[in-house]
Design a protein around this ligand. Structure first.
Ligand code: CA
Length: 227
């Protein structure tokens, strides 16, 4: 699970990064608001932990702009004790939860677990969109109307999972490269295109009306067809 931490207090950020990595989060850290804003805008994160008082751009501003841009990633806001108004402002700006500093690390971890569960749309963990269902334990892609299914490769599964989690949005090649291959480079862009075509073939194989639309010059979007 990719987590972005935006926190300008270096010692606190380092301590948090260390703990979060032990908890198996794949953590990126930004030490100011401007870098934080750019990182949030990539849309590649599953969770965002946002300090309020930041040089460059406040946490409120980052959350507000992220929501305006259609980024739905759960945001946990951190703020200093006594800033009573902050909770309301934080939630108004688009944060999903809020924690007052100083906090117990166990509480932070519990809140993060709760927020990450929000990303799972059904109790058995399956993901669905249009006429397709993705089953995480078996990596099966199933079409609800034809009843056909096929096993997906790891990258194909992650491509569809990422598209379903961001339905209604166009995702760029760069976002896929960073999210699925870990970084962006020309080689990874080619991989994105190759695996996108494999994934399309699997959708066609099960007879799904759901398709991956290429939006010229921008990226890819999952579309329902006439289901
Ligand atoms: Ca701060």
């Amino acid at each position: 699970m990719k987590l972005l931490l935006v926190e300008d207090e270096k010692r606190m950020a380092q301590a948090l990064c260390q703990i979060l990595r032990l908890e198996q989060y794949d953590v990126d850290w930004c030490g100011d608001g401007t870098a934080g804003m750019s990182a949030v805008e990539t849309g590649i994160y599953d969770l965002i932990v946002l300090d309020v008082m930041l040089p460059g751009c406040s946490g409120f501003e980052i959350a507000r702009r992220a929501r305006q841009a259609g980024i739905k990633t759960p945001i946990l806001m951190l703020t200093a004790k006594g800033e009573v108004e902050d909770k309301v402002t934080g939630l108004d700006s688009g944060a999903d939860d809020y924690l007052t500093k100083p906090f117990m690390i166990q509480e932070l971890l519990a809140r993060l677990r709760a927020l990450s569960r929000r990303n799972l749309p059904s109790p058995d963990g399956s993901l669905s969109f249009g006429d397709i269902v993705l089953e995480p334990h078996t990596a099966l892609l199933r079409c609800r109307t034809t009843g056909q299914s096929v096993r997906l490769g790891e990258k194909e599964y992650r491509i569809l999972e990422y598209l379903i989690a961001n339905q209604g949005q166009v995702l760029t090649r760069e976002q896929f490269a960073v999210k699925i291959w870990g970084f962006d480079s020309d080689a990874e862009y080619n991989n994105v295109e190759v695996y996108m075509s494999f994934t399309r073939r699997k959708l066609a194989f099960v007879g799904a009306k759901t398709e991956i639309k290429a939006i010229r010059g921008i990226g890819y979007e999952l579309r329902c067809g006439d289901v």
